[in-house]
Design a protein. Structure first.
Ligand code: GLP
Length: 247
């Protein structure tokens, strides 16, 4: 696991976006695994800017997103499908049919999970998977629990995630209690993983992920067993990990 720090959030996003831009340029038919949350927004802005400047072409790119809230329609402005359309898909020339986000309103959630795994197997392997990290170490919506979930599954969101994500909703009671998420095993199949973290609030969990025990209580810690993970952190989020590395 490699750590790349940046002075500011903007610089961190530029660095991570460059890796994605290089991937798309070298392999126009790339499969990108994408993430939501506030941290990747600056990366999507960079990619949109490069597209507008004529430097990037998304016409053959395929994307698969990590997760979706259960109960929210694609038109709901809190859904992850809506987020991706707003921040990236509507702003670049990617064909909508090449963009995949789990269905938040499936008739049968278990069946949706199975079908999403099938889809991933059909379009994959993912060339680069982008990840954020939750305050409790979750990636996608893989919450701390007794095991590392292997496949796409239905998740009961933890109280801490509901509270953390309530900043995007009018009230915490409106935060869905369940989601569909790729499993940790699904995420680990990507050829290359970029994890982005920003702000002081992420410093401890970035340290725990990199130096603490590998445990399902810190789901992101399993990434240490992946051969190609780069953590991009701004100065605040990377502070504790950087101090440990320079000891
Ligand atoms: C949500 C998403 C995660 C994301 C996390 C952190 O829970 N499911 O994929 O990493 O939020 O979000 P932020 O980047 O806003 O801290």
């Amino acid at each position: 696991m490699k750590l790349i720090t940046a002075t500011t959030y903007e610089e961190m996003c530029q660095k991570a976006a460059r890796v994605l831009a290089a991937q798309i340029t070298l392999k126009p038919q790339s499969v990108l695994g994408l993430a939501t949350g506030s941290t990747p927004i600056g990366i999507y802005q960079e990619l949109v800017r490069e597209y507008q400047e004529g430097k990037l072409n998304f016409s053959q790119v395929t994307t698969v997103n990590l997760d979706e809230y259960l109960g929210l329609s694609p038109e709901n402005n809190q859904s992850y499908r809506y987020f991706m359309n707003q921040h990236l898909f509507n702003k670049v020339n990617i064909p909508k049919e090449n963009t995949h986000v789990p269905n938040g309103q499936p008739q049968n959630p278990q069946e949706e999970c199975r079908q999403y795994e099938e889809l991933l197997a059909a379009v994959g392997p993912v060339d680069i998977q982008l990840l954020g990290i939750g305050n409790n170490g979750h990636i996608g919506f893989n919450e701390p629990c007794g095991h590392f979930p292997e496949f796409t599954h239905v998740v009961n969101l933890s109280e801490s995630t509901i509270q953390a994500n309530s900043r995007f909703f009018a009230h915490s009671s409106q935060v869905p209690r369940q989601a569909v998420s790729m499993g940790i095993g699904t995420i680990m199949k990507a050829k290359k993983i970029l994890l982005v973290a920003s702000g002081q609030g992420k410093a401890q969990i970035v340290y725990d992920m990199m130096f603490g025990p590998v445990t399902p209580q810190v789901p992101a810690s399993l990434l240490r067993f992946h051969p190609d993970v780069t953590v991009f952190a701004d100065q605040e989020a990377g502070a504790l990990a950087l101090a440990a590395l320079s000891k």
